[in-house]
Write a protein that binds this ligand. Structure first.
Ligand SMILES: *Cc1c(COP(=O)(O)O)cnc(C)c1O
Length: 358
């Protein structure tokens, strides 16, 4: 499929951020976007790169009423050689298609996904920032567009990709975050949509997160829906706990999002010869470890923040300081290793990194 390109006119070009060290997250988008339409019986058609701007939707578009929306999040990185690199982008496409299946939405061919994304990034390559720690965030999105009221899968969709330069995800940077163990609200249940990157999961998480933030926490740590006993994940990050010599993360049992950073961390830890387990872990075990001093570190993993160390866990009104409230050695070592790979600062033994241009 030929991607048609309509470049932005000079008056449509936006002002690039003047100070990259001040970049936030998710507020700035580049001059263009990639879009393609789908109709059942016809498949995907009209792939195009057009000036960034509003999209037109019928007010009855099914995605707005019944939540058929899925997305992805990945980044492009500017290496020291000025090259632009993608990290495990094919895995994001595969995950998008798993989300699509779960939400009865059409899959996107990997070639179309990759070609549209790469062409868009290279067209707006001057937007890929150069300052250390910055990157270009990429947000592939699919939405049901058929104007119809009535619960069934839509027959038409749009898939689009928007991109924008970002700084560190958290204002605190690598400073440890305070997390609140949520024992009333839940994020997702086994059998539900927790393992799909779909809008409804995040809408469902807002209230508990708002309440926790009002009390001074950065994020909530979700427990399993059935027993509120096992730790699952945090916000938009998977969680790891270092207890004694064991590094533990929750298994992919259907209610947590299969993070690509989580998977990268698992590979790297195994290669370092460390004891890592994907197993159910109760909050009681975490708290007991915190009390006995064997909880060495806890950290979240996700594309946005890479590694986000936890400095305090609050459960049932009691605060537990983790790693002295500082970033632990393992968290830092993982952060350095993964970012070195992403920015092509060291050889990639995994085949995760792809140079797409400069
Ligand atoms: C995106 C996301 C993650 C992290 O996934 P990565 O692929 O590592 O970015 C973890 N949990 C949730 C709920 C997410 O939405």
């Amino acid at each position: 499929m030929e991607i048609t390109i309509t470049p932005a006119s000079p008056d449509q070009l936006k002002k690039k951020p003047s100070d990259e060290s001040q970049l936030g997250f998710g507020d700035i988008f580049t001059d263009h976007l990639f879009m393609v339409n789908y109709a059942s019986g016809k498949g995907w058609f009209d792939p195009r790169i057009v000036p960034y701007g509003d999209i037109h939707l019928d007010p009855a578009a099914m995605g707005l009423h019944y939540g058929q929306e899925i997305f992805e999040g990945l980044k492009a990185y500017r290496g020291k050689d000025n090259g632009i690199y993608l990290f495990r982008a094919g895995d994001n496409c595969a995950r998008l298609n798993r989300s699509a299946k779960r939400l009865c939405m059409p899959e996107v061919a990997i070639d179309l996904f990759m070609e549209g994304m790469k062409k868009l990034i290279l067209m707006d390559k001057e937007w890929v920032p150069r300052t250390e720690g910055t990157s270009l965030y990429i947000r592939p999105t699919m939405l049901a567009t058929e104007p119809h009221l009535g619960v069934r899968p839509s027959r038409t969709y749009i898939f689009y990709i928007i991109i924008g330069p970002v700084g560190a995800y958290y204002k605190e940077g690598l400073n440890p975050v305070k997390i609140y163990v949520e024992d009333h609200y839940i994020r997702a249940a086994v059998g539900g949509t927790g393992d799909a990157k779909t809008a409804g999961n995040y809408a469902a998480s807002l209230l508990a997160t708002e309440l926790a933030m009002k009390k001074g926490f950065t994020q909530v740590l979700w427990l399993d829906a059935a027993e509120k006993k096992y730790v699952e994940e945090v916000g938009t990050m998977n969680m790891f706990f270092v207890i004694g010599d064991e590094i533990i993360t929750a298994p992919l049992n259907g209610s947590i999002l299969p993070g690509i950073t989580r998977d990268s961390v698992l590979h790297i830890l195994k290669d370092w010869g460390l004891a890592v387990s994907e197993r159910s872990l109760t909050i009681d075990e975490v708290i007991a470890a915190a009390e006995s001093g064997s909880l060495k570190e806890a950290f979240g993993t996700g594309t946005a923040a890479v590694i986000s160390p936890v400095g305090q866990i609050t459960f049932k009104g009691k605060d537990y300081v983790v790693a002295g409230g500082k970033m632990g050695d393992l968290s830092l070592r993982l952060y350095d290793e993964i970012t070195a790979l992403q920015y092509a600062g060291k050889p990639d033994p995994y085949g995760w990194v792809e140079r797409i241009g400069e």
